[in-house]
Design a protein around this ligand. Structure first.
Ligand SMILES: Cc1cc2nc3c(=O)[nH]c(=O)nc-3n(C[C@H](O)[C@H](O)[C@H](O)COP(=O)(O)OP(=O)(O)OC[C@H]3O[C@@H](n4cnc5c(N)ncnc54)[C@H](O)[C@@H]3O)c2cc1C
Length: 329
């Protein structure tokens, strides 16, 4: 959409600084709208997550790589590649290269948010009229509120805030489902022999292994292990996560010698990939000022590109509405 000089300015409050929230904010800011972004974490990127180790290494522990099918997302990546933020990664098991954040996945979100008004460590706990209240007891007002957080969490927030939902809205939102994922983040004493640094496993409690040193994002040898959806579902509520981590690491000893593991942590992702999605790129509630977007929306896959496109489409829709409203359409 071209910048419309006569467009009215609104204040958009975006909850979630993951890829969908940031692509939405990019569109709104380009159109001269006022934007505030809140995220409950101390960092940015949501499930595009990279953890730093004490020795300065890095571990991508959420999204591992992504593909680009749409022209819009390819354009975005071309710019990010020029900036040196995105690189290609060719896996032995894949014919065509995939994309990664050159310094880890989180760095893509950090680059996007460089000039954005993001408030971190602000968990939204309640919506009251056209204000949200955060756990840190701060209030933020808005004209339009956009929730880009995993849908079950958005539903909890809407219900706790007593926002009336129509039967069809409730149905659409409750049918959305995500797979959980238990991730093991390990520091190693030497790189692994995993070909090209990443491997998908089948018939195993482990679905994915990545050597972040070979991947090129870490200066020290580190490992990312993702348990399969079946294993993660079965062990999600385990109280002894360390024991679960040990079991997972033992099951991949053919790739990673247990004696090469210096230390490890287990991260519990309640929401990883959106398995059951809403077919349209976003959902605007009938109340007219609350919208939902994210990787669970849209006809593509529930992944990085899907999250980007959901935010992008909602951004253009909101700018279009804003200019129609201003011109009295
Ligand atoms: C383990 C794992 C592996 C994955 N692998 C891949 C992969 O290889 N390829 C791929 O394409 N995709 C992968 N994905 C999926 C991909 O990461 C997501 O589809 C995408 O990043 C989702 O972006 P989003 O903006 O929709 O949501 P998120 O990234 O989840 O962003 C939502 C944000 O909202 C914040 N938030 C939540 N609640 C609140 C609140 N109440 N107040 C304020 N802030 C809040 C969160 O902190 C978060 O930053 C993987 C995900 C996981 C977890």
């Amino acid at each position: 959409m071209l910048k419309n000089e006569t467009q009215s300015k609104k204040h958009f409050l975006i909850v979630g600084a993951g890829l969908s929230g940031l692509s939405l904010a990019t569109v709104l800011l380009e159109q001269g709208q006022e934007v505030t972004i809140l995220d409950k974490s101390r960092g940015l990127g949501g499930r595009m997550a990279t953890r730093k180790t004490l020795a300065g290494g890095a571990i991508d522990h959420g999204a591992q790589y992504f593909s680009a099918k749409s022209a819009i997302f390819k354009d975005f990546l071309a710019n990010m590649k020029k900036e040196g933020v995105v690189s290609k990664w060719t896996l032995a098991q894949r014919k065509y290269p995939r994309f990664i954040g050159t310094s880890g996945m989180k760095s893509i979100a950090q680059k996007m948010a460089e000039k954005m008004p993001v408030h971190t460590a602000q968990k939204v706990v309640r919506i009251e009229g056209k204000t949200v209240l955060t756990q840190a007891e701060q209030r933020f007002t808005f004209d339009e509120l956009i929730l880009t957080i995993p849908v079950p969490q958005a539903l909890d927030l809407l219900v706790a805030s007593q926002i009336p939902l129509r039967e069809e809205e409730l149905q659409a939102l409750t049918q959305i489902e995500y797979d959980p994922c238990l991730a093991v983040l390990a520091v190693l004493n030497k790189p692994t022999s995993i070909p090209t640094g990443g491997i998908m496993l089948t018939d195993s409690p482990v679905a994915w292994l990545a050597d972040n040193f070979q991947k090129g994002i870490s200066t020290e040898p580190t490992l990312t292990l993702h348990a399969s959806a079946a294993f993660s579902n079965a062990h999600l509520e385990a109280t002894d996560l360390e024991e679960v981590g040990k079991q997972l690491l033992e099951s991949v000893s053919a790739w990673v010698e247990p004696s090469n593991v210096l230390s490890f942590q287990v991260h519990r992702w309640r929401y990883s990939l959106a398995r059951q999605r809403y077919p349209k790129p976003f959902l605007s509630l009938a109340n007219g000022f609350i919208h939902l977007a994210g990787d669970a929306f849209g006809s593509g896959n529930g992944n990085v590109e899907g999250a980007f496109l959901s935010g992008y489409d909602l951004g253009n829709h909101l700018c279009h509405l804003s200019s129609r409203h201003h011109s009295g359409v």
